[in-house]
Write a protein of this length. Structure first.
Length: 297
């Protein structure tokens, strides 16, 4: 249903928790291959399998490195508040239609069930069929006599054409990687050690930074907002400025840590600290993990 509506140039989204998003992976691969814009939300719960309905961030690999078949990418936005949950919907649609691809809003069971004050974005005017035709010439808006026949599909049995299509997708993903990296830095100007965390883990780690600073520790927080494309260069810039180590704080057994390690490339220490099964770490234990695993106290 999302594929069909998106192919017609409509702004359309779907959402689920972890097992439901698993079931949508075939459709997402079709959407990637056909370059159909859409938004989907994954409110992650503990797993594998049915798991629990408690908070988790263990769908990181699924949404940033795969899910369906083939060489494709989805833009992944990671909100850390209910306000960002709302803000990332129009942002997601803008990115989806700019690049003709799927955008994932990757949340977790804490933020997904949280109640906070929210200023809702202004509702955009719905485009008419004529406006859709003018703005999105690729969209399937009905064929008129004498017009060119248009098809949106992920199938091409000609290997040479399929290779060029894949190359074109990779060029598009390179463009996204250059232009759409988003992140937030907190107290990183003079930091010697940095927490890397997203979503609800970032909110907890921000308190850990406050506790560490109060104790005289030069700690900061890097919060990736786009999990893909990942803020690799931001980590490398921090190393250039003298950061000695990074602690990847996750509600998982260790997934984002791989991207942190790739960014460090052996130039700085990087370790993972996480809780699983729906248990949320406390700011105190996150700070203690930084002391033991990175600083060596």
């Amino acid at each position: 249903m999302v594929y069909a509506a998106g192919a017609a140039g409509k702004r359309v989204m779907t959402s689920s928790s972890s097992p439901g998003v698993c079931l949508k992976q075939e459709g997402l691969a079709y959407i990637a291959g056909a370059e159909v814009p859409c938004v989907f939300a994954d409110v992650v719960r503990g797993g594998p399998g049915l798991g629990t309905i408690q908070p988790s961030q263990a769908d990181y690999f699924q949404n940033t490195k795969g899910g369906g078949n083939g060489d494709y990418r989805n833009i992944v936005l990671a909100p850390a508040s209910v306000q960002e949950m709302a803000d990332f919907v129009p942002l997601g649609f803008d990115l989806a239609f700019k690049y003709r691809m799927a955008v994932c809003i990757l949340s977790d069971g804490a933020i997904g069930q949280m109640m906070e004050k929210v200023v809702l974005p202004e509702q955009k005017k719905r485009l008419t069929e004529e406006e859709i035709k003018a703005k999105y010439p690729w969209a399937l808006t009905g064929r008129k006599r004498g017009t060119q026949h248009r098809v949106i599909t992920s199938l091409d049995l000609d290997s040479a054409r399929m290779e060029e299509h894949n190359r074109a997708l990779q060029r598009k993903y390179d463009e996204v990687s250059k232009n759409e990296v988003r992140y937030e830095m907190i107290d990183c100007d003079d930091a010697e050690y940095v927490f890397v965390a997203y979503g609800s883990s970032a909110r907890i780690a921000q308190k850990s930074v406050q506790l560490g600073r109060a104790a005289g520790m030069k700690v900061g927080l890097l919060r990736p907002i786009t999990l893909w494309p990942y803020p690799t260069q931001a980590i490398r810039n921090l190393i250039d400025k003298g950061v000695k180590g990074f602690l990847s704080v996750e509600l998982s057994c260790g997934q984002m840590i791989e991207d942190v390690l790739l960014a460090c490339n052996g130039r700085a220490k990087a370790e993972h600290f996480g809780r699983v099964g729906g248990i949320i770490h406390t700011p105190e234990e996150v700070l203690e993990a930084m002391k033991k695993q990175i600083i060596g106290e």
